[in-house]
Design a protein around this ligand. Structure first.
Ligand code: IPE
Ligand code: IPE
Ligand code: MG
Length: 255
């Protein structure tokens, strides 16, 4: 097994003093939370909230070029979300299939490149076929780089990466002495992506729920009360703007 090259990977967040003041986030990752509570507040089933949440995605993806966001990564389903009722899980899987089929053309036409991260093994074949199709249909696009985390868990990702790394060591393709902070992320699902600059979580919960554990080591965080189906371009713009006014020191001392 050959490991992916980081040749095309944009520079990670290894800031130098010149990069302390960045204008806006280049990579934003969003934990889209609060669909269930949004539906509950309207006396509707949780899936009604998930459908409303899926509709929000289009507006946020389309806002990215206007806000200078080149990479958008969204958390759609976690490795822990299988613990929900069978009705909710099946409804979500069917929603993902429908979303991909419905949005395929628009995403391709809008120059969006879509990638999926997470473990595909547990997903049904119909869904993974659609995911492959969407990745292929948008592979030549160089506009917004949209990554959808589906059956994704940060710990699961590190465990799967470690398995592949161990195989490379066992087969003599990798020397244990060469395993360092540059080598390990080449085995992660996000190997071609820069680390997120800003992570947003909606719905008022101040936790990361197993999202991008390795990659968000130096990300800025925004925990906002808005429920995901109510999240708008205006609020997204406000958070990107606020990010531009933060000093990111990456452990150094500001000169
Ligand atoms: C986030 O909304 C969507 C998924 C996890 C799939 P929730 O379904 O977690 O909504 P709340 O947190 O129960 O309101
Ligand atoms: C995180 O939200 C996962 C997604 C948004 C897909 P959850 O609602 O599953 O997280 P917890 O259970 O509140 O930690
Ligand atoms: Mg939730």
């Amino acid at each position: 097994m050959s490991i992916p090259s980081r040749k095309d990977k944009p520079a990670a967040s290894s800031a130098t003093p010149e990069t302390y003041h960045v204008s806006g986030p280049r990579h934003v990752a969003i934990i889209m939370d609060g669909n269930g509570r949004w539906a509950q507040a309207r006396g509707r089933p949780r899936l009604f909230g998930h459908h409303a949440g899926a509709k929000r995605v289009r507006e946020i993806v389309e806002a990215c070029p206007r806000l200078g966001v080149q990479y958008l990564t969204i958390f759609a389903f976690s490795t822990e979300n299988w613990k929900r009722t069978q009705v909710e899980v099946a409804g979500l899987m069917s929603l993902f299939r429908r979303y991909i089929s419905r949005e395929m053309q628009a995403l391709a036409a809008k120059n969006v490149r879509v990638r999926f991260i997470g473990d595909r093994e547990r997903l049904d074949a119909k869904l993974t076929a659609l995911m492959d199709q969407l990745e292929r249909a948008t592979a030549g696009n160089d506009g917004t780089q949209l990554t959808i985390a589906l059956n994704y868990g940060g710990r699961d990702e590190v465990a799967r990466a470690t398995q592949r790394l161990a195989v490379d060591i066992a087969k003599g393709r990798l020397n244990p002495d060469d395993v360092d902070e540059e080598t390990l992320p080449r085995y992660l699902d996000t190997c071609v992506l820069p680390d997120p600059d800003l992570v947003i979580r909606t719905s008022g919960e101040a936790r990361i729920s197993n999202f991008l554990l390795w990659q968000s080591a130096y990300s800025e965080y925004e925990f906002i009360d808005t429920l995901w189906p109510d999240f708008t371009e205006q609020e997204f713009a406000r958070l990107c703007d606020k990010f531009g006014n933060r000093d990111r020191r990456f452990g150094a001392v500001k000169l």
